[in-house]
Each structure stands twice: as structure tokens, then as C-alpha cells.
Design a protein around this ligand. Structure first.
Ligand SMILES: [Mg+2]
Length: 426
């Protein structure tokens, strides 16, 4: 998929396939005993484990993804926690993608349980027939418990929206066209649009845009002003049949910087905390834009106008603050040892700056971990909620509590980019 351009696409030829309750259904697929029962897949099944995917039956009981197992069991003793099985989900993912590739040349896996099929250049095909055939093929050839919803629309964003709306329809299928788009959007709230969170809804409402329908008909410049940038124009495009979803981001780097007053820098604990805040700020921004960095920079300036600069690249793309902090600190410690110098973090620091660059699209990492979380909540927000409730390192800790093999695997299935082309060939 590489045809972003400012062209209004007329036909609905982009399909978005979204597997239903993917991890939970994979477990129900291989284990008959779990079928028709309230099942939840957890990264770890101890009491602090966190539910990441729920079966339809568990959702019907009002259980929400992201809840701690402790709390789930308290309100629902019949709930069945199952430890996650990344290799199993990857294997099903691969089989599903192989089927999709039988129908189109242009198939883009978006996450472990989502894919875009672009039929724009296969004019002789009928997208609706293909969608129905794909659903049937997955059930017959991959697993009879593996249902999906498919959205069809002129661009990838609207196709995704159609797949979300399609989940509520009995056939799990919805097509958005120029003719019906206003009708599809009419009952929706701003928060129903994938990517519009609470803050953004509030800003749009304050500017008089109360619904997705208003948003579609607001001019690009009005949206640009509200979004304070190009993202507003992209929203106009998305809702008006122009392909934007593969627009490469304009960020070449991000930085977080803070001045430190003479009074504040007397406290080393404050300096440490500020360092963490800067890293967390960058983590949030990278999560928001769905990229990870492969280069990190750190600069400290001192009262005597000298400065300490460091920049390095990482072999694995990084997104989380804890890793960034550890890497920077490790290098500082090594430097201090080698040079036998005074500490880099000292009472003379007047300014601290952390920067990240060499971005890679992290795409599905977070989405995969929280495959099933309510689409209204942004996944990002939920993760940070969990972090603020249980401490910023708890999410990592929960994984670490199991054995080392699991942590490797959890990271492994995180990004579909980890699967090479070869994985998709049968
Ligand atoms: Mg899904």
C-alpha cells in the first residue's frame, strides 16, 4: 500500500479485516472446553496478571480488558484465565494472512489481528464478494471459531471504521461508500472515530464540531486550526475518501528539555526525577505517534557554560522510558568510571535535554498487547492508566514475573514486522 495522494477515491476497494477477540478465540479454537465460556487471555495468570483479550462471553459479563485478574475473579468467579500463547497467535496470524494473499497482491498486516487489503488496482474484482469469501475461508480453512469483521471503504481509515461498525452487524460486514457515508457517521460520537480520544473530542466540541458528521463537512483549514497542524488536514482527508493512512510521518526527531533553577538543582533527587519525566514525555509522544526510536541523545548543560553530550544508537527500537533511562544512565556510569570524573548528574546542572530520532514505525506493538481493549479508549491511554494505577514499571514487571522465555515471546509477537516475508509463504 503506497498510493497516498490527494485524490478522492471513488470506489470502495480497500478492505480492513479485524479478527474478533483474537487471542481469546485462538484459545477457544484449540480447546473445546473453553468454548462458550467467559475466557480471558492474560500475559501472566497470577493475581496481578492483567487481562489482555476477552471472549465474547466474558465481555457480556461486563469485564473489561486491562483489568487486573484479582479484580476480575472477585466479581466473576466463573471467569477462566488463560496464559497467553504468542506462538499460537502468530501461527494463526500467518495462516490468515496467507489466505488474504490469495485474493490480493497488496496485503498489509497492521497488527497481529488486523490487515488491510487494497484492491484499488484490481478493478476486475468485487470487494463485497471477496470479503464474504475471506470470512468463509478463514472459518473453513483456519479455524471454525475464528470469526472476523470486515470493513470496506474507499480508504484504509474508513475501512477500519467500517470494520468496527461491522462488528455490531450480524454478518460482521459493512461497506462505506460516497452514498452512505453520512448515514453511517450520523449516529456516531466523536470518540467513536479510531484515533479521537477524550482530549481531542473536547477541543473539537469547543470549536463547534460536535459529531463525526460535522467533522467530515468542516473545511480542512478549520480542522487544521483545531488540531494545531497538518493532522487536522489528514482528518479532513480521511473522512473525505482520500488515502492518508500510509503518509510517512514528518517527524525526524523529538526532544524534551527543561531548565533547572539554581534552587531546584541543589536537590539531586529532583534532577533524577526530572530526567525520568523527560524520558516519560518522549515515551508518551512516541506511543501516541506509534513509533520507536533507534537513536537517543542526552545533553546536560552546566552553570559554567560547559556541557556534556552523548548520542548513541540502539540495536532494538526503543519506546519506553525505563529502557531509555537505563541506557543513558549506563553510558553515563561507564563514562564516569573511565574518566574518573565528577558525576554528570550534579548540582551545577542548568539544563537537561533528551532527544530521540531514527524512528521506525512501531505499528502494532501496543495494539497487539492489548488486542481487545475497547476501541473507544485509546490503547495508549489505557496503558498509561494501568501505569499510573500500578506504577510505571508494573506493566513490565508483570511480564517479568513469569519466566524469561515469555518476556521474549511477548515482545516477539508485538510487532508483525517481526514476521518476515518468509513467514507468510506456505
Ligand atoms: Mg480484533
Amino acid at each position: 500500500m503506497n498510493q497516498n495522494s490527494v485524490v478522492i477515491k471513488k470506489d470502495s476497494r480497500v478492505l480492513f479485516v479485524d479478527m474478533d477477540s483474537f487471542f481469546a478465540r485462538c484459545e477457544q479454537q484449540v480447546n473445546y472446553w473453553l468454548r462458550n465460556r467467559p475466557v480471558g487471555v492474560c500475559v501472566y495468570t497470577g493475581k496481578y496478571g492483567c487481562v489482555i483479550s476477552l471472549s465474547k462471553e466474558a465481555k457480556a459479563l461486563g469485564i473489561r480488558a486491562g483489568t487486573r485478574l484479582n479484580d476480575v475473579m472477585a466479581i466473576c468467579p466463573e471467569f477462566i484465565p488463560v496464559e497467553s500463547n504468542p506462538a499460537r497467535y502468530r501461527a494463526y496470524h500467518t495462516k490468515i494472512i496467507n489466505i488474504l494473499q490469495e485474493y490480493a497482491l497488496d496485503v498489509v498486516p497492521k497488527s497481529i489481528d488486523e490487515a488491510i487489503i487494497n484492491l484499488s488496482n484490481q478493478k476486475d474484482t468485487d470487494p463485497l464478494t471477496i470479503a464474504k469469501q475471506i470470512k468463509k475461508d478463514i472459518l473453513e480453512r483456519v479455524g471454525d471459531w475464528l470469526t472476523c469483521s470486515i470493513g470496506i471503504a474507499p480508504n484504509a481509515f474508513l475501512a477500519k471504521l467500517a470494520s468496527v461498525r461491522g462488528k455490531k452487524l450480524p454478518e460482521g460486514l459493512l461497506m462505506i461508500t460516497h452514498e452512505n457515508i453520512d448515514e453511517v457517521l450520523r449516529p456516531l460520537k466523536l470518540g467513536d472515530l479510531p484515533g479521537i480520544g477524550g482530549n481531542m473530542s473536547y477541543r473539537l466540541e469547543r470549536a463547534g464540531i460536535m459529531t463525526p458528521l460535522d467533522m467530515r463537512h468542516a473545511g480542512p483549514h478549520k480542522l487544521k486550526a483545531i488540531f494545531k497542524g497538518i493532522e487536522g488536514i489528514f482528518w479532513h482527508y480521511r473522512l473525505n475518501f482520500i488515502e492518508t493512512n500510509i503518509v510517512s510521518h514528518e517527524y525526524r526527531g523529538m526532544q524534551a528539555m527543561r531548565q533547572i533553577s539554581a534552587e531546584k538543582r541543589q536537590n539531586i533527587a529532583y534532577i533524577d526525577q526530572l530526567f525520568m519525566t523527560l524520558c516519560l514525555t518522549l515515551e508518551k509522544r512516541m506511543v501516541k505517534h506509534k513509533f520507536r526510536c533507534k537513536a537517543i541523545g542526552f545533553t546536560a548543560r552546566y552553570a559554567d557554560d560547559t556541557r556534556w553530550d552523548d548520542a548513541f544508537t540502539t540495536t532494538t527500537p526503543v519506546q519506553d522510558a525505563i529502557s531509555m533511562m537505563n541506557m543513558i544512565k549506563l553510558r553515563i556510569e561507564k563514562f564516569q568510571q573511565m574518566m574518573n570524573c565528577s558525576p554528570i548528574f550534579n548540582n551545577e546542572i542548568t539544563q537537561m535535554r533528551v532527544s530521540v530520532t531514527n524512528f521506525v514505525d512501531s505499528g502494532s506493538m501496543i495494539y497487539s498487547l492489548f488486542e481487545d481493549i475497547d476501541k473507544k479508549e485509546t490503547v495508549f491511554k489505557t496503558m498509561h492508566d494501568i501505569k499510573s494505577r500500578f506504577g510505571s514499571d508494573k506493566l513490565i514487571r508483570a511480564v517479568e514475573m513469569t519466566d524469561g522465555q515469555v518476556i521474549k515471546d511477548v515482545i516477539g509477537f508485538g510487532s508483525v514486522k517481526d514476521l518476515s516475508e518468509l513467514d507468510y509463504k506456505t
